[in-house]
Write a protein that binds this ligand. Structure first.
Ligand SMILES: [Zn+2]
Ligand SMILES: [Zn+2]
Length: 132
């Protein structure tokens, strides 16, 4: 059985996931930009039931960013950990909080039209940022 682990910057929040992910993607919607402080957020979805939090550090703080979605972050260091759509069986995890983000290569970009205009001109050295 697969197991994925991760946590926040300060280490007070740790999590473990026991099922396979789907839909690794970039999102450059305005909410992701504000929430992450970055031009894009990088997400991957896991079945919600497979996620468990470990340790006794602290609890996620949930912030409702729109009518149907809450986002969870560490109240100590501020790391953005997850997004939860009401009623969804999946939870979106920020790829950057995984201990090993290597298997989660994004396959698409949501809301590319909301990204900063300079992002479309950006090319990584391996030339693999083209989704449009
Ligand atoms: Zn933290
Ligand atoms: Zn977004």
């Amino acid at each position: 059985m697969s197991e994925y682990t991760g946590g926040c910057l300060c280490g007070k929040i740790r999590y473990k996931i026991s099922e396979e992910p789907i839909f690794p993607h970039f999102c450059s919607c305005h909410m992701c930009q504000r929430w992450s402080g970055s031009a894009v957020a990088t997400w991957v979805d896991f079945p919600r039931v497979s996620l468990s939090f470990e340790g006794s550090g602290t609890e996620l703080t949930l912030y409702r960013t729109c009518e149907t979605t809450q986002r969870g972050f560490c109240p100590v260091c501020g790391s953005g950990i997850c997004a939860l759509d009401d009623g969804s069986e999946y939870i979106c995890i920020t790829v950057g909080t995984l201990d090993d983000p290597n298997p989660m290569a994004p396959e698409s970009q949501s809301f590319p039209e909301s990204a900063p205009s300079w992002l479309a001109d950006w090319r990584f050295e391996n030339g693999r940022t083209e989704f449009r």
